[in-house]
Design a protein around this ligand. Structure first.
Ligand code: UD1
Length: 370
């Protein structure tokens, strides 16, 4: 099986880092295409260096643009790349513009597509990621769903063949990484933090970064927390953080928010594990936090990971400062987090399916019910 993975944004490097070695171990030959959606060292290359992800076979260097222009440019450059690699299967990950471009381009070239993280829905059509994941699911031939609930949602939309409930690849990596962390990660010393005495915040969703109003509300909520708030700033968010004068001093007096560069993966997991709470609009951090038994406050009104909310480890608060403060200071649940996203062997399961399964044609006419 000649397989190509199409990646381009930070969470996809993390997902591919755990899956690609398993695909190779299962006997697949593997090629990597990097669209260039994320391109700063701290957003891209550091993940290749730290997680031993093989260098891309093809780099498309697309960079930033509007949604349509970025996706279109990716598709334009992907076509000849896929033409030269001619894979038996193209794997796309998650819900970014790189996922959308990869899935549509490969499907139109009659290359079967496999979607890792299939069947997730936030039911919020204003999120570009919701559009991306729905399209990716509907043009894919192999669907790797993290949970039975995700598989059920695919069935509800008429997708019933080649759906495999496998768990979540990000949870594989966070479990493995947490096992190898030192008792006190270096990042805590660097930032002079005490265990469980600080919060971590990340903000990058379009809904929270489109203007200063929503962002300012969130910062207002974070400033009320009686602890340092470590804030690795995404490039999209950097101009807003600068406009509000956030800086990187732990003892800045006026604000206890410590704005720092985006962190490499292992540092981020170390920082997360020892945090009292994480406040975020990221998808990945919600499940990483629950896996590490760290309470999560999500700066959105909906989530594609509802199991984290049902289990009591995640609270949805939008951008309301009062709700942020209240949720961040609430006591964590008494019960241990459920292992609803797999046992840490998802990547192995996917690799076996890819290497050994023949991909059936979709059954009969597909009825799409959204
Ligand atoms: C994307 C994904 C989101 C994912 C997130 C992880 C889409 C629609 N969104 O959002 O699902 O959770 O990645 O980070 O695909 N930039 C830089 N340097 C970089 C990367 C980005 O300066 O290395 C800036 C660009 O100027 C651009 C913005 O950040 O304006 C990135 O926008 P976009 O490509 O939409 O990605 P994210 O916001 O990161």
């Amino acid at each position: 099986m000649n397989v190509v993975s199409i990646v381009g944004a930070r969470p996809q490097f993390v997902k591919a880092a755990i899956l690609v070695p398993e695909l190779v171990r299962s006997g697949c030959s593997h090629g990597l295409i990097h669209t260039g959606q994320h391109y700063d060292y701290a957003m891209s290359q550091v993940f290749f260096d730290q997680l031993d992800l093989p260098a891309p076979d093809v780099s498309l260097d697309v960079g930033s643009a509007s949604h349509a222009a970025q996706t279109a440019e990716m598709m334009r450059r992907l076509e000849p790349a896929l033409e030269s690699l001619r894979p038996d299967l193209a794997i796309v990950y998650g819900d970014t513009n790189s996922t959308l471009a990869g899935a549509v381009t490969a499907a139109k070239m009659c290359i079967p597509v496999a979607h890792v993280e299939a069947g997730l829905r936030s039911f919020d059509w204003e999120m570009p990621e919701e559009v991306n994941r729905i399209v990716a699911d509907h043009v894919s031939r192999l669907h790797f769903a993290p949970t039975q609930a995700a598989a059920n949602r695919l069935a509800h939309e008429g997708i019933t063949s080649n759906v495999h409930v496998v768990g979540d690849v990000m949870v594989d990596l966070v479990m493995r990484t947490a096992q190898s962390l030192p008792v006190r990660p270096a990042v805590l010393d660097r930032l002079q933090l005490s265990r469980k005495g600080y919060a971590v915040a990340t903000i990058h969703r379009a809904s929270n970064t489109a203007d200063l109003e929503a962002f300012g509300q969130i910062i207002g909520g974070l400033e009320r927390l009686p602890m340092p708030v470590i804030f690795p700033v995404h490039p999209r968010t950097e101009p807003l953080a600068r406009a509000l004068g956030l800086d990187n001093r732990v003892d800045s007096g006026a604000s206890r928010i410590v704005a720092i560069e985006p962190l490499p993966y292992v540092d981020m997991i170390g920082l997360l594990r020892d945090a009292r709470v994480v406040v975020t609009d990221s998808g990945g951090l919600q499940k990483e936090a629950m896996t590490l038994a760290v309470p999560c406050v999500t700066l959105r009104d909906a989530t594609e990971w509802p199991e984290t909310v049902a289990a009591g480890w995640n609270r949805l608060v939008g951008n309301d400062p009062d709700a942020i403060e209240e949720a961040a200071l609430a006591s964590p649940p008494n019960s241990a987090p459920p292992r609803c996203y797999g046992d840490g062997r998802t990547a192995m399961r996917i690799a076996k399916l890819v290497a050994h399964e023949t991909i059936a044609q979709p059954e009969d006419p597909v009825v799409v019910r959204l």
